[in-house]
Design a protein around this ligand. Structure first.
Ligand SMILES: [Fe+2]
Length: 436
């Protein structure tokens, strides 16, 4: 008998036992927590020609990881592409093929069509939203999910996943009240949904509700950290709340503990470590050897640079923070080469990454006038290289600090005034750090 997923779609090549493992792995993927990899290995061991098990294994490894994990993802994708597939599964395979080519926008479009045809395909929605995140498409983060939402049965056990995705999409398009409600509902349904936990954290970050943020994150730490492969990023959000409250000792404790204590070389984890140190350094803090330790890991994985300008920007923060001008210069050269490379990264680097990195290098060299120029050129289009508003806020904070150090008092005043309007409530001065 053919096995089916929660939407009723056929799972080609799956035995009943393998399908059960796969469904548990999908749930783990929705939550960003659990042994998704182990479950998929068991499913594949049982049913080697189980197409979607290989597809999910590829999704799990290809993005935000390290070179070894990407190799696993490529192998899984290659296996999947050779297996029989239904029309729906063909949609996943076509998107996967674009992901392998670094064509995230094209992949996102394919997943769009997939979930227009199959709106109940929660995995298709999730990997599509991941493409929106990588390409900085705020509107599609919301609309991809919104257009599928009417088709959803609220009684489905994975309804929390759609709510969590909807929450993040609403948040990134500024619908904070509805985002918070959807995110909180998702977490109430499934406390381990780290993406929904995170969506609410984003609302609280954007609304400058930092005390609320600490309360939200600390209410049930076990739920969003246990077996989570997204925990570092959520710890980073908690650290931002403490930073906004001026609780720098707590921030350093989180950095040295759950954020960087394990020295994960997964790119998404390193982004968080680097961004947090940079925010601290904008406050003029002595960070000891922390920049060097982080820069060492970035240098050790130099072969992976040049693939995604958003990640590379965070590598540049570490090189500038550690005062490694040779590594910084090499990374600028890598960006120049990326402009002529394949896939979307050529435009990520050209439109945003390279000018931002030039600005960061200028900042590190004390050329604050040039840093201001480069960052002003690019900040309003910075979404085009991916990430969230909260992550890209780093560019605004750096610009304010560069204007301050450049003694450009008028610009500084203007930037702080615009920020006060953009952030609707709360401890705005805390969010600005030293520039406040
Ligand atoms: Fe985030």
């Amino acid at each position: 008998m053919q096995q089916r997923d929660l939407s009723g779609a056929i799972l080609s090549g799956a035995s009943p036992a393998a399908a059960e493992k796969y469904l548990a792995a999908v749930e783990a993927y929705h939550c960003f927590a659990g042994d998704a990899g182990g479950l998929l290995e068991a499913a594949i061991a049982d049913s080697p020609a189980f197409t979607m098990a290989h597809v999910l294994k590829a999704y799990l490894h290809l993005v935000g990881s390290n070179a070894a994990a990407v190799a696993v993802g490529v192998e899984a994708a290659t296996t999947a592409l050779a297996l029989p597939a239904t029309d729906r599964e063909q949609g996943h395979l076509a998107g996967l093929r674009k992901m392998l080519a670094g064509e995230y926008r094209a992949a996102g479009r394919i997943f769009e069509d997939l979930t227009i045809a199959h709106p109940k395909d929660a995995l298709g929605l999730q990997v599509g939203q991941l493409m929106d995140f990588l390409t900085g498409d705020s509107r599609m983060l919301r609309d991809r999910i919104g257009r599928a939402a009417p088709q959803w049965d609220q009684g489905r056990p994975d309804y929390h996943a759609v709510l969590g995705m909807l929450a993040f999409g609403l948040e990134e398009t500024g619908h904070y009240d509805r985002a918070e409600a959807a995110g909180r509902q998702a977490v109430a349904l499934q406390p381990r949904n780290g993406w929904a936990q995170h969506a609410v954290a984003h609302v609280l970050e954007m609304q400058d509700r930092r005390a609320d943020g600490v309360t939200w994150m600390r209410a049930d730490i076990d739920a969003w950290t246990r077996e989570s492969f997204f925990a570092v990023h959520n710890w980073w959000h908690l650290a931002l709340f403490h930073l906004g409250l001026g609780e720098v000792d707590e921030v350093l404790k989180l950095y040295d503990g759950p954020i960087w204590g394990a020295k994960s070389d997964m790119s998404f984890d390193m982004v968080d470590a680097s961004a947090l140190l940079w925010r601290l350094s904008l406050r003029g803090m002595d960070l000891g050897n922390r920049w060097n330790e982080l820069a060492d890991v970035y240098e050790a994985r130099a072969g992976t640079l040049g693939a995604y300008a958003f990640d590379d920007t965070h590598a540049m923060l570490a090189f500038v923070g550690a005062g490694r001008s040779d590594a910084a210069r090499d990374l600028l050269a890598i960006q120049q080469a990326a402009l002529k490379g394949a896939g979307d990264n050529a435009s990520f680097a050209g439109e945003v990454g390279l000018p931002v990195m030039e600005g960061l290098v200028a900042f590190g060299a004390g050329d604050y006038g040039r840093a201001v120029e480069r960052l002003r050129d690019v900040r309003n289009r910075s979404a085009r290289f991916g990430g969230s508003h909260a992550q890209r806020d780093l560019l605004d904070l750096t610009l304010i600090e560069a204007a301050t150090r450049n003694k450009d008092h008028d610009l500084r005043r203007a930037l702080i005034a615009e920020r006060a309007v953009a952030l609707p409530a709360g401890e705005k001065a805390g969010a600005l750090g030293r520039a406040a």
